[in-house]
Design a protein around this ligand. Sequence first.
Ligand SMILES: C[S@@+](CC[C@H](N)C(=O)[O-])C[C@H]1O[C@@H](n2cnc3c(N)ncnc32)[C@H](O)[C@@H]1O
Length: 242
Amino acid sequence: MEHPQQTNPSLLSFDRFPRSSTYDPAWIIENAMGPNVLWLTEFLCEAMDLRSGMRVLDLGCGKALSSIFLAREFGLQVWATDLWIPATENARRVREAQLDDCVFPIHADARALPFAEEFFDAIVSIDAFEYFGTDVHFISSLVRLLKPNCQVGVVNAGLKREVERLPDEWPDDFCAFHTVAWWRRHWEITRCVEVELADDLPQGRELWLRWHAAIGVTDDAYLTSPAGENLTFHRIVGRRKR
Ligand SMILES: C[S@@+](CC[C@H](N)C(=O)[O-])C[C@H]1O[C@@H](n2cnc3c(N)ncnc32)[C@H](O)[C@@H]1O
């Protein structure tokens, strides 16, 4: 990502996200693919049962910052899986973080994952699920990779209220954005998961604006316009049914 405008990296460290605040802001900004992935991962982890040694799938991990965070903060073994970022590139970042004994980069499409059924103790997906998870059949195929009674957790950008058409200021890929109620129903209707929690990140839009101020983004009319007041982040945590 290029950020030619003035940056203010100190905005990345504050009380709301104590774990994320200990990471090097330059590293976070250099490897960013969207809003601060560490904040979003920390928000999700607050709602999941993560214990040292668990096997975790990090689906759509991008540049593996969330995977590094999960391994470092919780002592997890993480399969850092992504489509657009080559595994070799993520392996270099993981090695630099000295976590190559517990973070394993994989290049794969979420729709054709190369893992055994019931291999994982948990699955997470940060700011990626909307690229593949709007197919109602997807969650059933995904949770087969989870041991019974284990958790899947997702954090997405999304809406406070559903829209009939995209506001002019929004990019086309926001067509996959939905409310947290939409996601809850989307998972529950399949009967393969019990949704334990589905909520918005309080002050989600304000945190998104804070991220932009930190990294110097100013061409963000989609967020600053009145239509932007409908944007937020949310998390959905479900447990695979037996
Ligand atoms: C906005 S980026 C977020 C990356 C990372 N989670 C983060 O927050 O920095 C979305 C990610 O979803 C991944 N993705 C999109 N479609 C995918 C698919 N079909 N299978 C696996 N990953 C996919 C992309 O490779 C990309 O890294």
